[in-house]
Design a protein around this ligand. Sequence first.
Ligand SMILES: *[C@@H]1O[C@H](CO)[C@@H](O)[C@H](O)[C@H]1NC(C)=O
Ligand SMILES: *[C@@H]1O[C@H](CO)[C@@H](O)[C@H](O)[C@H]1NC(C)=O
Ligand SMILES: *[C@@H]1O[C@H](CO)[C@@H](O)[C@H](O)[C@H]1NC(C)=O
Ligand SMILES: *[C@@H]1O[C@H](CO)[C@@H](O)[C@H](O)[C@H]1NC(C)=O
Ligand SMILES: *[C@@H]1O[C@H](CO)[C@@H](O)[C@H](O)[C@H]1NC(C)=O
Ligand SMILES: *[C@@H]1O[C@H](CO)[C@@H](O)[C@H](O)[C@H]1NC(C)=O
Length: 366
Amino acid sequence: MTLSKNKTFRYIVLFLFGLICINFFILSKLFPIADSRDDDVKQYDSVQESSWTYTMKYFYFKFQQRIEDEKIVEHNIKLTLPNYNNYTRQQFTEIPYRYSSWRSSPNLARRLTSFDHYIYTELLIILDHFFRRHQITYLITDGTLLGSYTHHDFLPWDDDVDLRVSNRDRQRMLNLASQELRNIISVADVTEEYGTYHKFYFPWSPQAGKQNWSYPCVDVFYFDENSTHIWRVNSDEKSMNDCPVSKHNIFPLVWRPFGRIWLPAPREPLIIFEIHRWTTIGEWYYAKNYSHKYERTLSIMNDRARPHELYPYYPWVQRSCSQTYCIEQLITMYNNTNVTIHTVQFEKYRTKLIINPKFEIKNCWL
Ligand SMILES: *[C@@H]1O[C@H](CO)[C@@H](O)[C@H](O)[C@H]1NC(C)=O
Ligand SMILES: *[C@@H]1O[C@H](CO)[C@@H](O)[C@H](O)[C@H]1NC(C)=O
Ligand SMILES: *[C@@H]1O[C@H](CO)[C@@H](O)[C@H](O)[C@H]1NC(C)=O
Ligand SMILES: *[C@@H]1O[C@H](CO)[C@@H](O)[C@H](O)[C@H]1NC(C)=O
Ligand SMILES: *[C@@H]1O[C@H](CO)[C@@H](O)[C@H](O)[C@H]1NC(C)=O
Ligand SMILES: *[C@@H]1O[C@H](CO)[C@@H](O)[C@H](O)[C@H]1NC(C)=O
């Protein structure tokens, strides 16, 4: 209890410090949406800038400091994978990594501005700390997991974050969030065809299109389990058990790099791509034409690219597995040569997709 009060107090101090800081700097131009071909999106961005709050300006100030720090790039760092159990009680470990050095590919344009990426990371740091402190089991899935698997970060052409929390912890999480994260993070309750889920966002960030929440926001869906399987909680009772996944594929969770932070992920990442039937991983990447920033379909076409076409633009993960472990190297192309940013070693996981007819039935999710 005292710990959480302390924490809240620190955020208040941080916030006040921010208010003082912004008196000393003039807000520079908002990063334009990277190479987007959607003109009305660009227009929207400049409208937002004029209505920025003090808190937004404060975050922007911190963000600019980070961009400065990121100018010194270290390479070839060996990362130590946190141990799942004892990291849950540890201080946050930051990965030295620079999103701001990313460029944007004409085939699959970067969807997040560097500032969006920074806000997402700040949001995830607070949530991760909150979940770990209260021992709330959570994991990354869907595009967020694919991003970590192939890029150790967001998929550059993606713009949302998907987490799953155990349904057992759901009410406790919501109660604790309303006590401890109040005034820092807001929670929106969303009910739609996929069921009820929650969106976590900074209340000061811009409204997501015409929706009742802000962007960036982190989506939290829930999973249920029995002793052998887990499955996603849907509103539709009938589909609830259509795509149960064996717990062996998920637990124990492993920490995975995601930009400059570690997030918990299924120990066999491929199982998630298999239930989605994402069978072209390694051959094609696809972008969706939906923007979570504006909560609407973009007029751009659904883009796609082959992995090698993206090498000059985005760092990528190269993996090699032995009988007992898998090594993931994050590589970037620099001055026409491949440079290793960092290396991390995992316990061996599966690297060949298994197509299971069971998952053909309908839209499978976890
Ligand atoms: C965490 O666990 C690992 C492996 O079990 C161990 O080597 C390491 O010393 C532990 N760290 C702490 C801080 O307890
Ligand atoms: C969202 O809108 C509903 C009504 O449309 C309102 O009751 C609710 O408080 C709003 N939620 C937030 C987080 O603003
Ligand atoms: C757990 O649920 C799955 C999916 O419904 C089922 O196939 C499995 O038999 C269940 N396990 C036990 C031990 O009940
Ligand atoms: C966006 O993609 C969906 C499905 O991929 C497609 O049905 C829709 O026509 C596309 N919309 C636009 C505006 O391109
Ligand atoms: C780039 O590579 C060329 C040829 O290998 C080399 O001469 C040049 O110094 C390199 N530039 C930088 C900035 O490393
Ligand atoms: C960089 O790595 C990619 C993927 O392994 C490879 O296809 C490419 O030839 C490499 N480029 C250079 C210049 O070594």
